[in-house]
Design a protein around this ligand. Sequence first.
Ligand code: NAD
Length: 353
Amino acid sequence: MGVFDHPEFNGHESLHFINDPASGLRAIIAVHSTVLGPAAGGCRRWSYASDAEALTDALRLSRGMTYKNAIAELPFGGGKSVILGADSAPKTPELLTAFGRAVESLDGKYITAEDVGMSVDDMRHVQQETKYVSGLPQSGDSAGGDPSPWTALGVFLGIQAAVKVRLGEDSLKNLSVAVQGVGHVGAHLCQLLHEAGAKLFVADVNRENLDAVSNAMPVTIVPPAEILYADADVLAPCALGNILTAATIPQLKASIIAGAANNQLSTLADGARLSDRDILYAPDYVINAGGIINVSHEYYGGSSDDRVRADIEKIPLRLATLFAEAKETGRPTNELADEFARRLIAAGQMKQD
Ligand code: NAD
């Protein structure tokens, strides 16, 4: 399959394939749009089954970043990078600095940060070669550091907004939430949900991450293959994407889906499938914008945690508007969010022209 006729190719501005045999780095940087600002989006390191799978991920994730940044009203376009071979190419300082050089070579068109498989420490290595990086250790009171707790906060507030609309409840007390994936975001989310009195079902393929959460609070551990179908009020996907499909949706028991994972819907039609089942879906890139909001405050500087928090508190308001529009029109929330994002980008394009 070619790149330009790839089903996930969506008018991307540019794609960059990086091959650095000395460090073992093989990566793809996808710049989807720079209309609203430099293309910002994290770097994912993963063991892809094939190069084609990595390309698909980079294309989908970068487009999602354009929409996410637009709706979050950030001065960013959308991009994303993937590093291939998490199982075969060790994450050495050499590999990370080679990635930093690749980012630098784009001259600010792409700004990176951490995503799945990357950490704040990794970004320090990347920073040795480029200034176009965020998600670095926080210094003093200024905004910065690991975006995951901020993503978790946005998801938590989004779950509250969805619960209010779908279940008519003001509190999460005695409601149950099934959290798929208790890594960086999932673990922080569990803490917030636990403090709010929710009952937790959790699953992870990583025993260490599962133990850390189950030692910190009461949870019911569910096998990874069963978590999507847990008998819970809310399903919060916080692992990987492509989990809401024609095969999985008919078996879901939760009436709300609200989680951090990017690209939860396998196809656009899956949003309609959820809507047909009266399952309220919080579009992933709307609810999970907390981390990139923090990244934006850090990157542009002169900000504080209070200002980050104030911006993240707008996430449930945006969701409430989408939910109300979906109720009024009978249309799926994902379609409404996509349309809203495209309108914002078109308006930005008109300003440039
Ligand atoms: P992470 O790698 O720290 O955590 C993901 C967890 O999911 C890991 O513990 C992993 O073992 C687990 N997992 C993987 N496959 C699983 C499966 N089949 N069943 C159960 N668990 C599984 O990543 P993260 O930073 O917490 O991000 C989680 C998701 O949220 C990703 O999709 C990411 O793109 C998205 N996201 C993260 C941020 C952020 O700030 N970190 C921001 C926006 C979106």
